[in-house]
Design a protein around this ligand. Structure first.
Ligand SMILES: CC(C)(COP(=O)(O)OP(=O)(O)OC[C@H]1O[C@@H](n2cnc3c(N)ncnc32)[C@H](O)[C@@H]1OP(=O)(O)O)[C@@H](O)C(=O)NCCC(=O)NCCS
Length: 225
């Protein structure tokens, strides 16, 4: 398990990030999941995906439980969709907590981020090649130009940054073509990036340093006072 704390944004907000492999969470996953989560996971047919979703939800409960000082099953973990208002999908929320949470998974891996303000994390397998057709709907014309001259893993790195920022904004990847990464300043997307959403929210994001895990990870926060 890899736990780290990053400082992000104008106010150097602390973001706690935990990345774990599905296999190291194996023993802890089942006892940490609620009835509703178990039922949801049972409907996932792909074995690797089912294990990754279960592990990521267990990790979210374990990390939030440690912060709250309660048992994992007592963490009031819910969802809220900013588009349709439903509670069966959308941004994860720990009801009543003084921190925000974000969850991501890819086959074999789970990741969770906690921060005082809105937070987003995304992980993808390093082996994933992102097609131009996947990226076009979520990129600005300038981002599409930038991508044209770049090979793997640059498109994947751009993708995880956009997903992490989209999650911090509470919208996910939908609408990500309406705000841009500062590519001129960023060069190859290294370091801390910042920008503003169409609603005027100031976001900050960074790719996580390469680790032994074969994944690409990005974390984002919104500036809060
Ligand atoms: C959310 C999204 C970024 C997920 O990306 P992904 O790479 O497929 O999956 P990840 O494992 O990285 O992330 C999934 C997690 O993102 C979180 N998430 C979902 N929607 C979110 C949102 N709007 N904002 C922040 N986080 C969100 C959830 O925690 C979800 O896991 P959970 O449901 O088990 O809690 C992407 O699917 C997306 O943008 N979807 C938008 C769909 C939408 O808004 N539809 C409208 C329906 S009314």
């Amino acid at each position: 398990m890899l736990a780290s704390t990053l400082q992000l944004g104008k106010r150097d907000l602390a973001v706690d990030v935990v990345v774990a492999s599905v296999s190291e969470l194996m023993d802890e996953t089942a006892p940490c999941l609620s009835e509703v989560e178990r039922e949801r996971i049972a409907t996932i047919r792909h074995e690797g995906r089912r294990a990754a979703v279960g592990a990521s939800l267990a990790l979210a409960r374990l990390v939030a439980a440690r912060r709250l000082g309660v048992a994992p099953l007592s963490v009031p973990l819910t969802r809220r969709c900013s588009r349709c208002g439903t509670t069966d999908h959308g941004r994860p929320i720990v009801e009543g907590a003084d921190f925000s949470i974000s969850i991501s998974r890819s086959i074999g891996w789970a990741a969770v981020a906690l921060a005082r303000g809105p937070v987003g994390i995304d992980i993808e397998p390093l082996s994933r090649t992102v097609a131009g057709s996947d990226l076009r709907p979520v990129c600005t014309p300038a981002e599409q130009d930038w991508l044209r001259s770049r090979a793997h893993p640059a498109p994947l790195r751009l993708w995880v940054l956009k997903e992490a920022i989209g999650k911090a904004l509470g919208e996910g990847i939908l609408g990500a073509q309406r705000w841009a990464l500062p590519l001129e300043a960023a060069g190859e997307l290294e370091g801390r990036l910042s920008g503003t959403s169409p609603r005027g929210e100031a976001w900050s994001a960074t790719l996580m340093p390469a680790s032994a895990a074969p994944i690409v990870a990005a974390v984002a926060t919104l500036d809060v006072s």
